[in-house]
Ligand binder design. Structure first.
Ligand SMILES: Cc1cc2nc3c(=O)[nH]c(=O)nc-3n(C[C@H](O)[C@H](O)[C@H](O)COP(=O)(O)OP(=O)(O)OC[C@H]3O[C@@H](n4cnc5c(N)ncnc54)[C@H](O)[C@@H]3O)c2cc1C
Length: 295
């Protein structure tokens, strides 16, 4: 099917884009188009105007400063996949990037677009939640920062205002002893997750878990944090037993649906296993654990 006719705007600045959002009623933002174009083609979205943000060069970056890893709204999945910085310091991002869709989609699709799309099967939402990341949005009243844990409302629905543009995703730069990991179960290469788990651990100087973050994929109506498992981990030493219990708690807190790929009980068991694996990678990458913590 062909998309219905629409006006095409290509703003070159964030301000121009926000002013278009404010002045036009029936419009949609287009970034990498990997979700938007199929929605247009199947006429699931029939906007009068498409605001294409690809010419806003100031949004095309992936960088780190003293406080944050900053992912501009035009950073593509492939930018993260190919980044030496991500590879070296952000384990869960490095794990997730090559697992998103296929190379064609990763070359065009943006990480921010995937977050704005808010598909509960999306991988980046879990990673952002595990890292206690934030979404930076620009609207008519200026900049607003939304914690990832306050962003996802329902499938494809967020707390972003209709006149706001996501301009940046950011996560805190790693502490001295911090590591993270992401594991995903899918039927075949290129598929969305049947289940996924992102874990981040911050250890203190004695090797105890000071802070834990766990984000789950495809097992609830949005990407969700496994807060019971996080609470269980904090204050303890990384190890098989504590990870095993965290896996069980994450599974208990998940709420998957049965479908043609697996029943809910199977997916819960997968959440348990994937969470233990992600925690094990996170602990190893945090640096104070002498040998691999395996299940
Ligand atoms: C076959 C297929 C397989 C896929 N597999 C996976 C997978 O395994 N894992 C995964 O995580 N994802 C997967 N995806 C989703 C993919 O990650 C997203 O389609 C894509 O990256 C969304 O980003 P985009 O830049 O293409 O956004 P677009 O398609 O351009 O936009 C998506 C939505 O977000 C809005 N939007 C985009 N950018 C902004 C912004 N800056 N501010 C506000 N709103 C914005 C748009 O208006 C639209 O509603 C898959 C998609 C397809 C088609």
């Amino acid at each position: 099917m062909k998309p219905a006719q629409f006006e095409h705007h290509e703003p070159e600045t964030v301000e121009e884009a926000v002013s278009l959002l404010e002045s036009l009623d029936d419009r949609a933002i287009l970034a990498g188009g990997q979700s938007m174009v199929p929605m247009l083609r199947f006429r699931l979205a029939v906007p009068e105007t498409v605001i294409d943000i690809n010419r806003i060069e100031s949004l095309d970056y992936l960088e780190e400063d003293d406080e944050w890893l900053r992912i501009g709204a035009l950073a593509r999945h492939a930018d993260l996949e190919e980044s030496a910085l991500i590879d070296e310091k952000y384990g869960s991002f490095a794990d997730a990037a090559p697992l998103v869709a296929d190379p064609q989609i990763r070359n065009r699709g943006t990480v921010a677009g995937a977050i704005a799309q808010a598909d509960p099967k999306g991988d980046w939402g879990s990673v952002l939640l595990a890292h206690e990341g934030e979404i930076v949005a620009h609207g008519p009243d200026g900049e607003r920062v939304i914690p990832a844990s306050d962003f996802f409302l329902l499938p494809y629905d967020t707390t972003l205002d209709e006149n706001e543009l996501v301009t940046e995703l950011r996560v805190p730069t790693p502490a001295a002893h911090e590591g993270s990991g992401y594991h995903k179960l899918k039927r075949k290469v290129g598929d969305y997750a049947m289940a996924g788990s992102a874990a981040r651990l911050v250890l203190d100087e004695d090797g105890r878990i000071e802070r834990a973050g766990i984000g789950l994929t495809a097992v609830d109506i949005t990407n969700v944090r496994a807060t019971d498992a996080e609470d269980h981990l904090e204050g303890d030493e990384p190890g098989c037993e504590v990870f095993k219990r965290a896996g069980e708690l994450a599974a208990e807190q998940s709420n998957p649906e049965s479908d043609e790929h697996g029943d809910a009980g199977y997916k819960e068991r997968m959440v348990n296993v994937l969470t233990q694996r992600a925690l094990s990678d996170a602990a190893e990458r945090a640096g104070l654990v002498k040998r691999r913590v395996s299940q």
